[in-house]
Design a protein around this ligand. Sequence first.
Ligand code: FAD
Length: 303
Amino acid sequence: EYDVLVIGGGPAGAAASIYAARKGIRTGLLAERFGGQPLETLGIENLIGTPYIEGVQLGAQLENHVKQYDVDLMNTQRAINVEKKEQVEVTLENGAVLKTKALILATGAHWRDIGVPGEQEFKTKGVAYCPHCDGPLFAGKDVAVVGGGNSGIEAAIDLAGVVRHVTVLEFMDELKADKVLIEKVKSLQNVTILTSVATKEILGTDKVTGLDYEERESGEIKHLDLAGVFIQIGLVPNTEWLKDTAVELNARGEIVVDKNGQTNVDGIFAAGDVTDQTYKQIIISMGSGATAALSAFDYMIRN
Ligand code: FAD
């Protein structure tokens, strides 16, 4: 039985568990894969105060930092249900039930893949998902953005200021982004928009060199020479397992939180990419993890 149980071992969960443990309360951390998304990241250059760190190293440092405190670390364990009774009860895939006074959900998110040859192979070798993170790596080069929704068009506008040229590839026959974004992107000299096209394959040697796409009406296959491909077809919160619980999710499946990280359920807090916070970044997730832990502590001393 815990005072605070954290589910998720990424930047948000690590921060939450350290902040909770530093209050001297019984803290547990449950993670399917400790380290989270940083484990899939090559270089991180925007964790302020740390000019450069590799994702795998950050994952290891998060684990080391957590282990300096009295945190009951349960790695490679998956939560499948949560219920608010007298306390909060979390069911694991292996059947165990953990009880806690306060719960912090920090299960993160994952980028939706397009599922074409080359995508997995060239991840972190030219296939990228985060323009804020990896845009500057392609300064002066040609890139493509796959996806013409809001995130794709925002990415194209952002990248256009950094790279030489951006090609946007949209599967449908029109862009799905907001009108103001579409007007903005169309005004940019170094952005080309292709609609009714299907990305077929990402090509490369040791890193990305280009992409093949199909013009859907004619069936013709065309090629683009590129240094990078940004996939922007959606960031999916890891909340599938919460759909039938009392925790409120928004239309995108993100956990709805207030500015203190409190969900709609008393005693249940959330932090990081899994929440409806606007920007999904490491430093922001760490901050919201700290906030959720301090809120959980506040909740405990009042109940
Ligand atoms: P995550 O890192 O997603 O961690 C979620 C944790 O929850 C994991 O431990 C996972 O195993 C666990 N989990 C999920 N479901 C369950 C369950 N049911 N039971 C138990 N555990 C569960 N951000 C930057 O600031 N700079 C960058 O340069 C940068 N580059 C990126 C590059 C890539 C390729 C990707 C994918 C992301 C990048 N990001 C970057 C974004 C950044 O990684 C995320 O914003 C951040 O990791 C979110 O932290 P989090 O703790 O909320 O979630």
